[in-house]
Unconditional design. Structure first.
Length: 222
């Protein structure tokens, strides 16, 4: 726990907010608990963040900044397909670095206008490949939503990081599904609840194939 005399600033507050998130989960992250962790009264937190929504917006912005910092250097010669794959892999990897990271990140308001620069570069990558601006913004949104949605579901199957929820145990699921009545549902368990990495890559590939179908024939040949 921090000493009460440690100078308070946004960085210190965010650092402890992420600590609480990783230790206890999103529901346990309250301004009152954060203030107690910092050894201050709640009004001291309000000087920097008016409410939990503002705090989460800043946390989400920090997570996106981290994902971009860890991303490979933007390569103009890289194909849009490779760019899309790297984008999805990097965002998922960053979200998995935090307990309930995707749930915390979802729907956040970006507080740093500098983050519009990588968004501009992403849209430029797609429009340069032959997509219209409308198709590009839709494609970027679909890739983003796929990653965030996938990781929300992935993390929801753990009670805590590294602690699987027994309700999703494959043997338990198999015992609940009547193989005679629902043979496909029974067989699908191994694919739905195991090997997240492979399923994630297969899903990204499916999205990329779908986006490719929007390109004019001349662009597909490039």
């Amino acid at each position: 726990m921090l000493h009460f005399f440690m100078p308070l600033d946004r960085y210190v507050i965010l650092n402890q907010a992420f600590s609480i998130l990783n230790e206890s989960g999103l529901e346990s992250l309250t301004l009152r608990r954060l203030a107690a962790r910092l050894g201050v009264k709640a009004p001291a937190i309000y000087w920097y963040f008016k409410n939990k929504q503002e705090l989460l917006d800043e946390m989400g912005t920090q997570v996106l900044r981290e994902a971009l910092d860890k991303a490979p250097t933007f390569d103009a010669a890289q194909s849009w397909q490779d760019w899309a794959l790297n984008y999805c892999l990097g965002l998922r990897r960053t979200l998995l670095g935090y307990r309930e990271g995707a749930r915390m990140f979802s729907g956040r308001y970006l507080t740093d206008a500098a983050l519009f620069a990588p968004m501009e570069a992403s849209l430029h990558k797609l429009t340069s490949a032959g997509f219209s601006l409308r198709q590009s913004e839709l494609g970027l949104s679909v890739l983003y939503c796929y990653v965030v949605g996938f990781v929300i579901e992935e993390q929801a199957r753990d009670l805590a990081p590294g602690v699987p929820d027994p309700r999703y145990d494959l043997a338990r699921r198999a015992s609940r599904v009547d193989r005679q009545k629902y043979p496909l549902v029974h067989e699908s368990g191994q694919k739905l609840f195991a090997d997240h990495d492979t399923r994630f890559l297969e899903g990204v590939s499916l999205v990329i194939v779908g986006l490719t179908s929007l390109l004019p024939a001349s662009s597909k040949r490039d």
